[in-house]
Design a binder for this molecule. Sequence first.
Ligand SMILES: Cc1cc2nc3c(=O)[nH]c(=O)nc-3n(C[C@H](O)[C@H](O)[C@H](O)COP(=O)(O)OP(=O)(O)OC[C@H]3O[C@@H](n4cnc5c(N)ncnc54)[C@H](O)[C@@H]3O)c2cc1C
Length: 492
Amino acid sequence: MKIGVIGGGLGGLSAALSLAASEHQVTIFEAESEFGGKAGNLEAAGYRFDTGPSLLTLPHVFDRLFNLTGVSREDYFSILPLDPITNYWFSDGTRYKSRPVPYFTDSLVDVFDVAKEEAERYLRYSRKIYDLTHEIFLESSLQQGKTFVSQAALRAYPQILSIDPLRSMHRANRDFFRDPRVVQFLDRFATYNGSNPYRAPATLNNIIWVEHGLGGWAVLGGIYQIVKAMLRRARELGIHLVSSCKIIDIRTDSHRRVRGLVDCQNTVHDFDAVVSDVDVSTLYHTILKNDLHKEYRRYQSLPSSSSGVVFFWGVNRDFPDLGLHNIFFSENYELEFQQIHSEGILPHDPTIYVNITSKVNPEDAPQGSENWFVLVNAPPHGTQNWNSEVNELRTRVLRKLSKTLGTTLSPHIEYESVLSPQDIMERTGSWRGALYGISSNSLSSAFMRHGNVSKQYRGLYLTGGSVHPGGGMPLVVLSGMIAAQQLLRRES
Ligand SMILES: Cc1cc2nc3c(=O)[nH]c(=O)nc-3n(C[C@H](O)[C@H](O)[C@H](O)COP(=O)(O)OP(=O)(O)OC[C@H]3O[C@@H](n4cnc5c(N)ncnc54)[C@H](O)[C@@H]3O)c2cc1C
C-alpha cells in the first residue's frame, strides 16, 4: 500500500515507522522545515534547548516501537534513570527531592508529616490503578469490541471502583494525606496531561506510579535525540521524508474514500490510505474544511488542556542547588488552576518549572553556564494579548526565582527567547496551542477523545496527542502504533 502521513511529530513518526515495518510505502509530509513538532530543538548563542517535552516516562513504549521495526532502541538513543527525579521548592521554604521506588516512600517520610504505611498504601493504590487501566485505556483501540472483552478488561470490571473514577485527584490525595504539601506534590501530576487536579478524576493518580514506580528518565543528548533516532530509522526503512510541505487538502471520492493528499503547491499525491498527525480540530477545520462535521462540533464543546509559556534562558553562571528538573510551587494551588482553567488568565503566582539539560548534557551550554527551559502552565490561546501578558509574567517569574534562589537572576540571562500559546498553535497546528489536546478534567474524557479510525472518511486514520489515548510522548507514540495497527487490519 502507498500511505501518506500528514505531520512529522512523534505521533506521525511512530505511525510511519510502524507501517514501514510492514513493508508499506510511506511518505511523511511535514509543514515545518524540521521534524518533531512540539518535541523541537533550538540552538542559539552557544546554548541548545528542547522546546517541548523534557521528562521521559514509560520508555518501554519506545523500545516496543523500535523492536517492531526489527532493531533495538538502545542502538538509536540512550536513556538515564533519574534519582532524584525532581527538586521541589514549596512556598513555605520546604525543599523536597522526589526519588524513585524503592526510595520513594522514605523520601516522603523524611520531609513531610507522613507515616511510612500511609505512603506505602498510596503507592499500592496508584500502582493498582495503572495495572488495571494501562492495557485498556493506553495500549488498545477503544474502537474495537475485543478491547472490552479482553482479559485485561474482564479483570478490571469487577474492580472498577479501584480505579477511583468518582473523586477528583485532589480529593483523593487529601483523603490519603493530612500534610497539604504532600497533597500539592501529588496534585501536580494532573499537569502531565494539562488537566486540573481539582476536577480531573482520581484515576489519573496512576501517574504517580508511572513516574516513581516505573521511573523518570533523561535522554542523553536531550529529548530531540528521540526525534533524530526516529528519523534515522525512518530513512533506513525507506520512508520518504518531505519537510517544508504543508498539506492543504485530503482528496476523497464520491464514497468518501481517501484517495490522496494535496500539498501547498497544489500538487496531488495519490495514496491508498492516510494517517493524520495534525491536531484533530485543525484537521477538520483547515484540511477537511468541514466545520459541520459532528466530530468537529463535538470537539469545539470540549475544554482544551492547558498550554504553556516557555522562557528559554541562557544563564551565564551555574546553580549547584538546581537539578535537571525543578519545581517552584505557588502558594495557592487551587487559585492557580482556577485562573488557568476557568478564568483563562496567566496565574498571578505561578508554579514554575525549570528544566536544565546541561546538568546531564554539559554540551548544551557554554562552560560555567546553564540552559534554562522555564515553563509556566497557561490557558489555551483565546483573546489574550500575549506580548503584554508574557512581559508581566516574566517579571513575576524573575522575582520569584530570584527570591527563592537568593540572587538577582536577570543580569545572568545572556540569551533569551519565548514561546507563547499562540506560538505553539502557529508552529504546530495545535488547536488553541493546547499541549495535550482536550483536557482530562472529566470522568468521560477517555471516551470523548477522537478514535484512531475516522468513521466518516474511509482510509483516514488519526494519531497524535489530540486523539486516543492522549497527549505526552509515550501516549502519542502509542497512538501512532494503534493507528497503524488499525490501518493494517482494516485496509489489508
Ligand atoms: C512546552 C511543552 C512541554 C511539554 N512537556 C512534556 C513532557 O515533559 N513530557 C511529555 O511526555 N510530553 C510533554 N509535552 C507534550 C508532547 O510534546 C506532545 O504530546 C507530543 O510531542 C505531541 O506530538 P504529536 O505528534 O501529537 O503532535 P505535534 O508534535 O504537534 O506534531 C504535529 C506535526 O504536524 C505538523 N503539521 C500540522 N499541520 C500540518 C499540515 N497541514 N501539513 C503538514 N504538517 C502539518 C506540525 O508542524 C507538527 O510537526 C510538552 C509539550 C510542550 C509544547
